[in-house]
Design a protein around this ligand. Structure first.
Ligand code: PLP
Length: 394
């Protein structure tokens, strides 16, 4: 039986990481809301510090509740290890910190989350790292950016907001040929829909704020992968500082317990809304990889088991796009994705707000584009709401 079957995943989502350090039989992992863990004596403290004994000393270094959540996430991904961070952005910077130093280069694929673009363009260069932007996700364009200084190739799949899919085995080959590591932000796919680590990705990043937690109440990030690849991430994290709080880790664990159930609904609703919008005369184009009309449909079918809850669509004018967003009643207007509640926004006002309008247009993000994160409400209520919001638009 494949380790990736959803039924196996549902079991792991509930059971993995349940008892980090507790023999009392609690069916909910205890929250160790403690900064310091007292050692019985100095010898033991030294043994823990040097890794010769198991234990906890200080929560910026290691905390039992955070560790339990890391075990659950690693189990969901079928990975050896996971390191949690205080946010998705802390995970992006925490994954790259051990891999890059002054003089090194990173090749970035296009269509990256707006704030990651800021990090690559504004912060990495200040640290002496050159970021080369590939003209497209095609392996030959990515390979053309590789030099003997390339240490990392960075991609995101699926992408936001056009939900493009990156061919991971092909880009992994480019990375291997270059002697570089492939780092991928897989937030919008998630372990239910794709297995990037099985397709040649070395370090997988999540904004666990999104589908993994799923309730819009926790900021969280994660880096997942083989222990050897995570060694640097874990050892630098206490100095990096962006660690997860134990209470947030507990909320994330609770979110992950229902992740497979919720994700099934996000997938079903995402497809239903995409099909509904594609058939609507007021809508010019729909971007959703589960649609046969999507540029990456064949690749998505090869690489993913389902297509997620994020979709975007183009109206015939920026005014119509603004109207639809404002006219919906059930959809909340705002950023983020992957929560139980459906969201709607124009990417120029949310995920790509920090990118200039010209750069946005060059990325194919027009002012007539609307993005939806499908929640888990009744799909008929969502289509009824879109029907009334689209009324009068042409
Ligand atoms: N990566 C992707 C694909 C995202 O969509 C986001 C946030 O929207 C992030 C990373 C950053 O995550 P966070 O908001 O948890 O810092």
């Amino acid at each position: 039986m494949s380790a990736r079957r959803p039924d196996r995943m549902s079991t792991r989502a509930v059971h993995a990481g349940l008892r980090p350090n507790d023999d009392e039989g609690a069916v909910s992992a205890p929250i160790y809301q403690s900064v310091t863990f007292a050692a019985p004596d100095t010898d033991t403290l030294e043994a823990i510090n040097t890794g010769k004994a198991r234990g906890f000393v200080y929560s910026r270094v290691r905390n039992p509740t955070v560790m339990a959540a890391e075990q659950r996430l690693a189990a969901l991904e079928g990975a050896e290890s996971a390191v949690l961070f205080a946010s998705g952005m802390a995970a992006v910077s925490g994954a790259l910190a051990p891999l890059l130093q002054a003089g090194d280069e990173m090749v970035a694929l296009p269509d990256i989350y707006g704030v990651s673009i800021r990090y690559f363009n504004e912060i990495l260069p200040r640290m002496g790292v050159t970021v080369r932007w590939s003209a497209s996700s095609a392996p030959e364009d990515v390979a053309a950016c590789v030099t003997d200084k390339t240490r990392v190739i960075y991609a995101e799949t699926p992408t936001n907001p056009l939900v493009r899919i990156v061919d991971l085995p092909a880009i992994s080959k480019v990375a291997k040929d270059a002697g570089a590591l492939l780092v991928v932000d897989g937030t919008l796919g998630g372990p239910m829909n794709q297995s990037p680590l099985e397709l040649g990705v070395d370090l997988l990043i999540h904004s666990a704020t999104k589908y993994l937690n799923g309730h819009g109440d926790v900021l969280a990030g994660a880096v997942v992968g083989a222990r050897t690849h995570l060694r640097g991430v874990r050892s630098m994290q206490p100095a990096h500082g962006g660690v997860m709080d134990p209470h947030a880790a507990w909320l994330l664990m609770r979110g992950m317990a229902t992740y497979p159930l919720r994700m099934k609904q996000h997938n079903a609703t995402g497809l239903a809304l995409a099909e509904f919008l594609e058939a609507h005369p007021a809508v010019a184009k729909v971007h959703y990889p589960g649609l046969a009309s999507h540029a990456d449909h064949a690749l998505a079918k090869r690489q993913m088991t389902d297509f997620g809850g994020l979709l975007s669509f183009e109206m015939h004018s920026p005014q119509a796009a603004r109207h639809v967003v404002d006219a919906t009643r059930l959809f909340a207007i705002g950023p983020s994705v992957g929560g139980v509640e459906s969201l709607i926004s124009q990417p120029g006002n949310t995920s790509h707000y920090s990118i200039s309008p010209e750069a946005r247009r060059a990325m194919g993000i027009s002012d007539a584009l609307v993005r939806i994160s499908a929640g888990i409400e009744d799909v008929d209520d969502l289509t009824d709401d879109l029907t009334q919001a689209l009324e009068g638009c042409s």
